[in-house]
Design a protein around this ligand. Structure first.
Ligand code: SF4
Length: 459
C-alpha cells in the first residue's frame, strides 16, 4: 500500500518532468481522440449511453434481487459462489481455495478489484507465486509498481524503460526498445508462466443475473489462456458488475471498447457459463468492500455505474498532466477522485480538488455518471466537515467577509493592485507559499472594472 500524501505533493515529481508529462498528456489525448471518432461513427451513441445509464440505475436499485438471481443461476451451472464482505475476506477466500488445491503458482489476468484488495501482496506473503499476465500489468509488476491507469496500466512508462526492465528480468538485449522485439520477449516469458500456472484468476467485466454467466474482456487473450490451461478458475467481481439480462450485454460491450481504447470491440470477449467440464471448477467471489455503503448515498450512488473504461482519465486535463500515481489510489482520475473519499475522507480529501471542473469526464462517460457534479458535491461535504487545510479555510472565510462589504472589497482591491506592482518575485515564490509557488501572479490592471464601467456607462 502506498503511503497517503496529498495530490499536489504526490504530483510534483511527474509535473516537474515536462517531457514525461507532455508525452503522457499526448498519448492519452490520442486515445481520447480515437474514442471520439468511434462515438461519432455511431448515430445511436447517445441512445446507448442513456440506455446503459438506465440499466445501471435499475440494477443498483434492485441489487440484492439480481445478486440472488445471479447466485442461483451460477450455482445451477455448477459454479461455486462465495461472498466477501471486504478486501481481507476476499483475500482469505481466494487463499483458502488455493490451499485446498495445494497451489503454489497462479496466473492472473487484469483485475482492478484484486488490485483494490491488495491480493498480489497477500498471496505472495503466503508463499504463492503470482504472475500478472496482462502485458502492461506484468511490466508494472516486474518494476515493483502499481498500475497508473485502469485500462493502460503501464502508460506512464516509456518503451526505453520497458527495455531496461526486460533486460534486468527477462534477459533481453541491453538498450533494446523496439516494441515488437519486447512484446515477443514478453510473450515467450509469459508462455512458460501460463504452462506452469496451476489456477487462473480473472476479474469480471460483466455478470448476467438471468444466466449466471460471466464476461471477461481483454485485448491480449490472456484471460482465456489463463483459464483454459488450469483446471480451476477463480473469478473475482465487485457486486456492481451485474447486468439483469443477457440482452443488456450488447449495450455495454459496444460502449466499453469504444470508450476505453477507441476500438469497435475488444479483441476477446469471453463468456464463462459454469466450469468448462466435470473435472474443472469455477469459483466466483462476489465482493462488497464498501459498495453497499456507497449504494446508500443519494449523492454518490451513480458512481457504482462505472464500467471501468478509463475514458474519464484519458480526457481529464489534471490526470493527463499529473499521472495516475499522483492519486495514490487503485482507481485514479475523475472516477477515482469520487470513489476514494467514500472509503477514507481524510486521506483522500485533496482528490476532489484535483479537478478543473471542466466537465469533460461527464461528457465522455459511457454510463453518464455526472462526475464533475459529484466532485463538486464532495468539495461541499469536505468543507462541511472542516477537512480543508486551515490556511484554505481562513482564506475562504476572509473572502466571504470581503464579498459582503463592497467598501472593504474596494479598499483591498486598491491595496492588492499596488502590492502586485511592487512585490518582489521571491515574496511569492518560496517554499512556505504552496499556492503561489506554482503560479505567476497576474499583472495589476491600471483600473478596476468598476472604474472602467463608470467611465463608459453613458457612452
Ligand atoms: S466513470 Fe465513466 S468514464 Fe470513468 S471509468 Fe467509469 S465508466 Fe469510464
Amino acid at each position: 500500500m502506498l503511503p497517503i500524501i496529498q495530490h499536489p505533493a504526490a504530483a510534483k515529481e511527474f509535473v516537474n518532468d515536462p517531457n514525461r508529462s507532455r508525452w503522457h498528456d499526448q498519448a492519452l489525448w490520442f486515445v481520447r481522440s480515437k474514442r471520439d471518432k468511434q462515438a461519432a461513427s455511431l448515430p445511436e451513441w447517445e441512445y446507448l449511453r442513456e440506455t446503459a445509464s438506465g440499466i445501471k440505475t435499475h440494477t443498483i436499485a434492485n441489487l440484492s434481487h439480481y445478486l440472488q438471481e445471479f447466485e442461483r443461476n451460477a450455482t445451477a451451472r455448477g459454479a461455486i459462489v462465495h461472498w466477501a464482505r471486504d478486501a481481507e475476506h476476499h483475500n482469505e477466500i481466494v487463499l483458502r481455495i488455493l490451499q485446498d488445491h495445494k497451489t503454489h503458482r497462479i496466473v492472473k489476468s487484469k483485475s482492478m478489484l484484486t488490485e483494490e484488495c491488495g491480493l498480489n501482496h497477500y498471496l505472495e506473503d503466503n508463499g504463492i507465486d503470482v504472475v500478472d499476465t496482462d502485458l502492461g500489468e506484468r511490466i508494472v509488476q516486474l518494476r515493483g509498481e502499481t498500475p497508473s491507469h485502469i485500462v493502460l496500466p503501464a502508460i506512464h512508462i516509456k518503451k526505453e524503460e520497458v527495455g531496461d526492465t526486460f533486460h534486468t528480468h527477462l534477459g533481453t538485449d541491453e538498450g533494446a526498445s523496439d516494441p515488437k522485439y519486447l512484446a515477443e520477449a514478453a510473450r515467450g516469458h509469459l508462455r512458460d508462466k501460463f504452462l506452469a500456472g496451476e489456477i487462473g484468476i480473472t476479474g469480471v467485466n460483466f455478470a448476467i443475473a438471468e444466466t449466471g454467466g460471466l464476461v471477461v474482456c481483454t485485448n491480449e487473450g490472456n484471460a482465456d489462456l489463463g483459464t483454459s490451461l488450469p483446471r480451476v478458475h477463480i473469478a473475482c467481481m465487485g457486486i456492481e458488475k451485474l447486468l439483469p439480462r443477457q440482452r443488456d450485454l450488447g449495450v455495454f460491450t459496444r460502449l466499453l471498447a469504444r470508450s476505453a481504447t477507441g476500438q469497435p470491440i475488444t479483441s476477446y470477449t469471453s463468456h464463462f457459463n459454469g466450469p468448462r467440464d466435470e473435472n474443472s471448477e469455477l469459483h466466483i467471489v462476489l465482493v462488497d468492500n464498501g459498495r453497499s455503503r456507497l449504494r446508500e448515498s443519494e449523492t454518490f450512488r451513480a458512481a457504482m455505474h462505472c464500467i471501468r473504461c478509463g475514458a474519464c482519465m484519458n480526457t481529464c486535463p489534471v490526470y493527463r498532466r499529473s499521472g495516475g500515481h499522483s492519486y495514490r489510489a487503485t482507481v485514479p482520475g475523475p472516477i477515482g477522485s469520487v470513489l476514494s473519499p467514500t472509503r477514507d475522507q481524510n486521506s483522500y480529501k485533496s482528490l476532489p480538488y484535483a479537478c478543473s471542473l471542466c466537465g469533460s469526464c461527464s461528457d465522455v462517460c459511457p454510463v453518464k455518471i455526472p462526475l464533475h457534479h459529484q466532485l463538486l458535491a464532495w468539495r461541499g461535504e469536505l468543507v462541511g466537515k472542516k477537512l480543508l487545510p486551515v490556511s484554505k479555510r481562513l482564506a475562504m472565510r476572509f473572502a466571504s467577509y470581503l464579498f459582503r462589504f463592497p467598501a472593504l472589497f474596494r479598499m483591498v482591491g486598491k491595496v492588492g493592485r499596488f502590492t502586485l506592482r511592487v512585490l518582489p518575485r521571491w515574496a511569492t515564490h518560496h517554499r512556505l507559499n504552496t499556492w503561489t509557488i506554482a503560479r505567476e501572479l497576474p499583472e495589476a490592471p491600471k483600473e478596476t472594472f468598476r472604474d472602467w464601467h463608470r467611465r463608459h456607462r453613458d457612452h
